[in-house]
Design a protein around this ligand. Sequence first.
Ligand SMILES: NC(=O)c1ccc[n+]([C@@H]2O[C@H](COP(=O)([O-])OP(=O)(O)OC[C@H]3O[C@@H](n4cnc5c(N)ncnc54)[C@H](O)[C@@H]3O)[C@@H](O)[C@H]2O)c1
Length: 256
Amino acid sequence: MSGGGQLAGKIALVTGAARGQGEAEARLFAAEGAQVVLGDVLDDEGERVAAAIGTAAWYCHHDVSDEESWTRFVAAATERFGAPDILVNNAGILRIGPIASMAFAEYRRVVEVNQFGCFLGMRAVVPGMAAKGGGAIVNVSSAAGFQGIAGLAAYVSSKFAIRGLTKTAALELGALGIRVNVICPGGIDTAMGRGDDFAAVDGPDVFAGLPIPRIGRADEVARAALFLASDASSYCTGSELVVDGGMLAGPAWGQV
Ligand SMILES: NC(=O)c1ccc[n+]([C@@H]2O[C@H](COP(=O)([O-])OP(=O)(O)OC[C@H]3O[C@@H](n4cnc5c(N)ncnc54)[C@H](O)[C@@H]3O)[C@@H](O)[C@H]2O)c1
C-alpha cells in the first residue's frame, strides 16, 4: 500500500493490532512511513498481519492489562526500532452484564484491560518519548464513553475513564512535548462491533437512524487515529475526536 508519508521516520506502537481497528491503524501507519510494533494476545493473527505489512512491522505478544508485559513490550520495541514516537492504546474488550447480576471478576477484567491498560501504556512510553523531546498518544474510548448503556456498566465506565485519563495526561505531559488525545468510535464493523454481544444490546436497526445511516469501518477510525498521531494535529492535546456517524449528535426522533 502506498501512502503520503505523514508518519515518515516515526516509530509507533499499536495495541490490540491483530485485527479490527488496531490492524487498520497498523496498516495505515506503516503505509504512511512509520515503523510499527503490533501488540496483542492473538499471536497467530498478529504475526500474520505484521508479515503482510512487511519489514516496517513487527509483532510482539503483549497483554495490556499486565504491568510487566508493558515493560517487556516497550523494551523489545525500542530494541527493534528505537523509542516510540506514537502509542495507540487501542486494545479493548466488551462484556455484557447487568449490574444486578454481573460477576465481579467479569467487571474487573474489562476495567483491567480497557482502563488499566490505557494507564499502564501511557506510563510505559513517557520516558522514551520525553527523551526524544515528545510524542503522540492516542487513546481509544467510545461513544459508550459519553452515555450510559444498559447491560454495559463495565465497558461504559472503562470508556468514561479513558476520557478522563486522556485529559489528565494531556495536562501532565504537555511540558514534555507529548500530546495525548482520544478517539471515540461509534459502532464499527469489527469482531467486537458486529459481535453477538453488541447486537444483543443495540438491536438490529441501531445504525439505520443515524445521520450517516450505516455501521462504521475500521479504516475510518484509523484515519482519525492517523490525524491525532501525526504532526497534522500539532495543536491538539486533551481533545476528543468522535467517529460515530452522528450517534452522539442527538436522538433520532423528531425528523423534519
Ligand atoms: N467495534 C466497535 O463498535 C467499537 C466502538 C467503540 C469503541 N471500540 C473500541 O475500539 C477498540 C478496538 O476494538 P475493535 O472494534 O477493533 O475490536 P476487536 O475485538 O476486533 O479488536 C480488539 C483487539 O484487542 C485485543 N485485545 C483484547 N484484550 C487484550 C489484551 N489484554 N492485551 C492486548 N490486546 C488485547 C484483541 O485480541 C483484539 O485483537 C477497543 O478499545 C474497543 O473498545 C470499538
